[in-house]
Design a protein around this ligand. Structure first.
Ligand code: G
Ligand code: G
Ligand code: MN
Ligand code: NA
Length: 249
């Protein structure tokens, strides 16, 4: 397959990059975190959506090398500066199941003299991740480094509630579909029920897909801790965050 072959040479040819999307703290109004999102271009420059290339990278194993590159790049470009407080990185189950993942993270943090608390790992609920002993141990090793563990896309998979029993998450990211359903009373009640469930568990709540000022106001009213979406900011290269001067803390 074309993309599988491109993924193998992507790093040496500079075909992958990271963009960062701001996350706003609702209480303070500050951008206190960013999410790192991977981008891929073919040799002729055509962009490929992560929805296409991430599953292929997972299937072919390229995700291991790409994932390590992402962690290293985030530590070097973002966390080794004072550009942001916390950066989150999406991780695939394959990475978590791979022995030595937490060790790699520890070594990379040490290399760039970055504290673990500034790094968060996003695990997607929809992923076919079996929470076995290895995964639980890996997550606990990451938390021992001080790193945060976030649950991504909450509400979209079947796993969410059982994962909440097994893993202590620092932040739950509620999938944007729940916010977008708030145009109806039924949708609003659904979101409020989810919020009260999570609130009772004491985790921080982040909601994605904040696209308008009305969305932001509603989330403020609902007591959401952090918001992310096109209204707050689009994903952009690190250089642009610096140029916009929106992020230094
Ligand atoms: O940027 P956006 O387009 O389209 O991202 C889509 C999805 O791709 C994200 O929700 C995320 O789950 C996944 N993704 C983006 N970057 C990475 C990455 O660096 N690693 C992994 N495993 N998934 C990523
Ligand atoms: O699954 P994950 O949450 O990691 O995906 C992040 C994806 O969501 C990225 O592809 C990003 O471009 C997209 N995204 C970010 N903000 C918004 C938004 O406000 N609306 C929509 N529709 N998508 C968004
Ligand atoms: Mn994510
Ligand atoms: Na998400």
């Amino acid at each position: 397959e074309d993309i599988a072959a491109i993924l193998k040479i992507a790093l040496e040819h500079g075909l992958v990059s990271l963009v960062y999307q701001p996350i706003r703290n609702v209480q303070t109004g500050e951008t206190d975190a960013v999410e790192a999102l991977m981008r891929l271009r073919m040799l002729d420059g055509t962009p490929v959506s992560p929805a296409i290339f991430i599953p292929i990278a997972e299937r072919t194993g390229s995700i291991i090398e790409l994932g390590r590159w992402a962690i290293r790049t985030v530590c070097r470009d973002l966390l080794a500066t004072n550009l942001v407080q916390v950066a989150s990185v999406n991780v695939s189950p394959i990475e978590l199941q791979m022995p030595g993942f937490a060790k790699y993270v520890a070594a990379t943090l040490a290399e760039f003299n970055v504290t673990g608390a500034r790094l968060a790992f996003e695990i997607t609920e929809g992923m076919e991740l079996e929470i076995d002993q290895d995964v639980v141990r890996c997550i606990s090793d990451l938390r021992k480094l001080g790193a945060q563990v976030w649950l991504d896309d909450f509400g979209t998979g079947f796993a969410g509630l059982s994962w909440l029993r097994l893993i202590e998450f620092d932040t739950i990211k509620i999938d944007r579909s729940f916010l977008h359903d708030c145009s109806t009373e039924r949708g609003k009640r659904m979101l409020l029920d989810i919020i009260s469930l999570l609130r009772n568990r004491g985790v921080r709540i982040l909601i994605e897909g904040v696209e308008t000022i009305e969305h932001q106001r509603l989330m403020q009213q609902y007591g959401i801790n952090q918001i992310q979406g096109y209204y707050i900011g689009r994903p952009a290269p690190a250089a642009q965050l610096e140029a916009d001067n929106v992020l230094p803390f």
